[in-house]
Ligand binder design. Structure first.
Ligand code: 1GP
Length: 234
């Protein structure tokens, strides 16, 4: 057991900011795993693996290829109940709290139990909030839910607090992969201040300034996917 959550909380307490690189198995050639990982910043702390429409076979071969080339913790970030691989270390057990689609609040979660109960994966209860990133994203399409408006921070805070009160260990503020506007640092800071919960922030972060801004506003772990797919170096 890698104790992914415990290490994350300890890093937060110690004031160490974390960076997860998101790999979408649908867009990733396992043959390139070694080269891709070599190019990542030395301060990368986690590899997240997942996507909105990934098959279980794609997931498994991607996780195995990455695992062979890195000792970083591998965290599943599943788009549905089939995106589970025992070769990873942990799984974000996501509930889409910003939406009102029961399938993504509890339906997929119940269906995943058959695979999870014998898996040995560390399961991390995570409240997932989709925030408007300026264009329709895959999560929005697949889940058929509307994102939360960045102009209504109070509602975002209340949604995050409802997640905390329900026992979520992490809150993930998601502007959507390839977002035009990442989650505004002002939103990150009001949510952090009000909830004092560990925050993951991702979607549309493309450069060091945006990464720093998210960290400085109160994100404990920032997720970057698309920019690294496109060759970002930090
Ligand atoms: C998406 O938050 C992640 O789930 C990462 O988004 O691909 O825009 O970096 P990007």
């Amino acid at each position: 057991m890698r104790h992914v959550l415990r290490n994350l909380l300890e890093a937060e307490k110690a004031g160490k900011k974390q960076l997860a690189v998101l790999i979408d198995p649908e867009k990733f050639d396992p043959e390139t795993a070694k080269d891709f990982l070599q190019e990542l910043p030395s301060f990368t702390t986690h590899i997240f693996i997942g996507g909105s429409t990934v098959t279980s076979n794609e997931m498994e071969s991607c996780v195995k290829a990455i695992k062979a080339e890195t000792s970083l913790p591998l965290v599943l970030f599943p788009g549905d109940h089939q995106q589970i691989s025992n070769s990873a270390d942990a799984l974000l057990f996501l509930s889409l709290l910003s939406g009102r689609n029961p399938e993504y609040l509890i339906g997929q979660q119940v269906r995943s139990v058959a695979l999870l109960k014998n898996s040995g994966l560390e399961i991390i209860p995570t409240g997932y909030l989709l925030i408007d990133g300026g264009r329709e994203c895959a999560v929005q399409r697949v889940s058929a839910t509307a994102p939360l408006c960045q102009q209504d921070p109070e509602y975002i805070v209340d949604t995050a607090l409802a997640g905390k009160y329900s026992g979520k260990q992490l809150i993930y503020l998601e502007a959507g992969s390839g977002a035009i506007h990442p989650v505004d640092p002002k939103i990150i800071s009001v949510v952090k201040e009000a909830t004092q919960i560990s925050l993951i922030v991702g979607g549309g972060i493309r450069n060091a300034q945006q990464l720093e801004a998210a960290w400085n506003a109160g994100a404990d772990l920032v997720v970057i996917g698309t920019a690294f797919e496109q060759g970002l170096t930090l």
